[in-house]
Design a protein around this ligand. Structure first.
Ligand SMILES: *[C@@H]1O[C@H](CO)[C@@H](O)[C@H](O)[C@H]1NC(C)=O
Ligand SMILES: *[C@@H]1O[C@H](CO)[C@@H](O)[C@H](O)[C@H]1NC(C)=O
Length: 413
């Protein structure tokens, strides 16, 4: 009886293992020759010894099974960089794990959070059409309700449409692109001229104007975040490319005090009341916890507080003890007109200090979490250096002894 049960269990397991490999294909160096030209692939590059890669395994399997069950055109694969180095090289993989998509011979790099939802969204976005046509009022409203930020081309075929599509080719990794005719939009949306490129976000919209906004692709790259949102380290990193400064309310992570709440509301209010004035220069948002920012400013930051980050230069402006709206406005104006000087920066000295600070925090973390490991970690290098010194000196003494021997030998000769 129990033997029968075991064999049943075994076949179920084999079946599961079989279906797992059907969802995610293992790809080797022959992949580029054997794949179909029109195939779309989502590929994870990994190595057997990378622990972040292993953490991604269950997520990858879920992604494979979900895309298969939805009938998505996206194939899911994985490739071991240690046994198929050619394929990793072809995709210019520099670190593991790496997530890339291949569509019509164009490779798209994923750099967002490694969660199932975020990766599936990326796969659907890049796997679908570059510019999605919203042909009815219903489709337009559906898209509006699903996207915080939405870039829309309105009008017939034109040079602007060509520029919009070529921007999409590069920026589809970050955001969706849509097109529609004028009559699909609500009457309340007023557009002075057509064709037009419009961004809908924060419950409002504005139109791209080449004269003041410059090149379309850079404008889309700058405007692809909501004006106010919750910001994590991935978002912050991505915002760096936009060239805007980021105004952050730093809040307590768990139980939020009234004071934290006040900071958040204040930043949100200024972001929406002064959109005209500030939205070209600043993104606004809030971040929970100070760990990430402490690393940046190399010190403890009390919570709540307000910080303005210049991500392109690693500079920052810190304001603790924020009183009210007027003080925040003065602070932001001071940042913009240069009367406030940034701290930090990316000079050689600052970078060195940052490395030291990070090393110190990692050590402190290690001592508090795994004290024994911490001591081992610190003592091993010292023991090693000691050993090297010992061996060198010992060798030198011995070599000089040998020399003496040589001399003696010669004398004897
Ligand atoms: C992909 O993105 C990562 C993280 O942003 C970056 O380090 C890497 O160089 C990029 N790879 C390619 C092939 O562009
Ligand atoms: C399209 O892009 C080109 C090159 O960036 C630019 O010179 C041209 O003015 C753009 N056309 C429109 C209509 O925006």
């Amino acid at each position: 009886m129990s033997e029968w049960r075991n064999s049943m269990l075994l076949s179920v397991l084999l079946l599961l293992a079989g279906s797992a490999s059907a969802f995610v294909e293992e790809l080797d160096d022959s992949f580029m020759e054997t794949r179909g030209d029109e195939d779309i692939w989502l590929i994870k590059f990994y190595t057997p010894w990378c622990s972040f890669c292993r953490q991604l395994d269950p997520v990858w399997h879920q992604i494979g099974s979900e895309l298969t069950s939805r009938g998505s055109p996206v194939h899911v694969g994985k490739s071991d960089g240690s046994t198929s180095p050619g394929l990793s090289k072809e995709f210019k993989v520099r670190g593991y794990p790496a997530i890339l998509m291949l569509k019509k011979n164009v490779k798209y790099n994923y750099s967002g959070a490694r969660t199932k939802e975020a990766i599936l969204d990326f796969a659907n976005r890049v796997g679908g059409p570059l510019v999605r046509s919203l042909s009815s009022v219903q489709l337009f409203q559906h898209a509006m309700s699903h996207h915080d930020v939405m870039f829309l081309y309105i009008g017939a075929t034109s040079e602007l449409k060509g520029n919009f599509t070529s921007s999409a080719e590069e920026l589809i990794v970050h955001t969706y692109f849509f097109s529609a005719s004028r009559d699909v939009l609500p009457k309340a949306v007023s557009l002075p001229s057509l064709p037009a490129v419009v961004v809908f976000k924060d419950g409002s919209y504005f139109q791209y104007e080449e004269k003041q906004d410059g090149d379309l692709k850079s404008w889309i790259n700058r405007e692809r975040f909501p004006n106010f949102c919750r910001i994590d380290s991935h978002t912050l990193y991505a915002m760096g490319e936009s060239g805007k400064l980021v105004v952050l309310a730093l809040l307590e992570p768990w139980s939020r005090s009234e004071e934290s709440h006040r900071y958040k509301l204040l930043v949100e209010k200024v972001s929406s009341d002064y959109t005209e004035k500030y939205s070209r220069s600043f993104y606004f948002g809030y971040m929970e916890g100070s760990e990430y920012i402490s690393g940046l400013v190399m010190g403890e930051v009390s919570l709540p507080s307000l910080i303005v980050l210049s991500l392109s230069t690693d500079g920052y402006f810190l304001s603790e003890g924020l009183q009210g709206e007027q003080q925040l406005l003065d602070f932001l104006d001071g940042v913009l007109d240069g009367s406030r000087k940034p701290q930090g920066g990316n000079s050689m000295l600052q970078r060195l200090l940052r490395v030291l600070f990070e090393a110190r925090s990692s050590l402190r973390w290690m001592f508090s979490t795994f004290p024994v490991l911490g001591y081992v970690f610190v003592s091993v290098p010292f023991a090693f250096i000691g050993a090297v010194f010992y061996v060198c000196c010992w060798r030198r003494r011995n070599t000089s002894d040998d020399d003496d021997d040589d001399k003696e030998d010669k004398k004897n000769d």
